[in-house]
Ligand binder design. Sequence first.
Ligand SMILES: *Cc1c(COP(=O)(O)O)cnc(C)c1O
Length: 374
Amino acid sequence: MTTKKKIFLSPPHMSGLEQDYVKHAFETNWVAPMGDNINDFEKDLQDFLGVDTYPVALNSGTSAIHLALILLGVSAGDEVLCQSFTFSASINPVVYQGGKPVFVDSESITWNMSPELLEIAIKDRISKHKKPKAIIAVHLYGMPYQADKINAIARQYEIPVIEDAAEALGSCYHGKPCGNLSDIGVLSFNGNKIITTSVGGALVVKDSKLKDNAIFLSNQAKDKATHYEHSQIGYNYRMSNVLAGIGRGQMKVLKNRVEARRNNFNFYKSELSKFAEITFLEEPENFKSNRWLTCITTESFDMRERIRLALEKENIESRPLWKPMHLQPVFKDCLSFTNGISEHLFETGLCLPSGSNLSQEDLGRIVGVISKTL
Ligand SMILES: *Cc1c(COP(=O)(O)O)cnc(C)c1O
């Protein structure tokens, strides 16, 4: 039996331009977490996100969230309101700080943090004299959260918002890029994201002093002295100048990558929306998703599994939607404010292969298997 070519969920997609920048790092011997590529990659990110942003290239999105929490002063015992429907990396850094995640469920129009539940959660915590120290909201699968509403509530209660845009580089909300919508932004360039540095991430702050402080902390918190002097705990979180070279090449094609992923979504929708059992998440007016992953929801858990297993048999990778954090064993003791929406999405939803390098033939194969199953 011949096995068919494997189709991955979201593989890396190099442009061919990356190797010149990587070569430059070797030629100049800046094969370290400093050098031209890092500075230029940060400049590329700033050009994309806006002149009011100060991006800091780091070794992962997870470290970016960790530094964001440190910059906001989150420490032992502090509560942080977190979108429950997300990947665990959004939340783990809260625990690194000794903080307590408090989970907030999603709304159906974006699948992201429900502004109504957020306000209910804030009022509840304040009434118990446990005012949350920060909010972590996520643009899941590339769909922006309702930034106007979330930011307005956060401002009213004076709680800063960390914007987890790890999946949403290239998405916009009212014309403004995700990563520049709330107080501190977080990006990821992991291998499965819309562009990649193999591993990597960035923190996006809004003033140069905060950027200097983030770089200081990410590079072992070395005080100014001839010897190594430390008055704070530091981290080894800076991006490698070699990997920043990959990022430079990837930034050149970011717009194409967004277009390709949006085309995948449109193709799936045009081929599959004739099946009443399948639904797609539409963009509300003035929301633009990069469609990092195309997700469908089905009528039931059984139907979701039938589709997933049929794809697997044909060597096609798909994956259930994120399991909400308030259902994860590791967070079972955390407080949560729920409405059933993320649980229902987890039960019935599936991510389809969404790489920007999928061929028309691949897409045809995937749609063929799903159509046959239905
Ligand atoms: C990928 C991802 C992260 C973590 O980024 P890494 O670069 O893998 O550490 C955080 N949040 C979300 C929503 C992600 O998808």
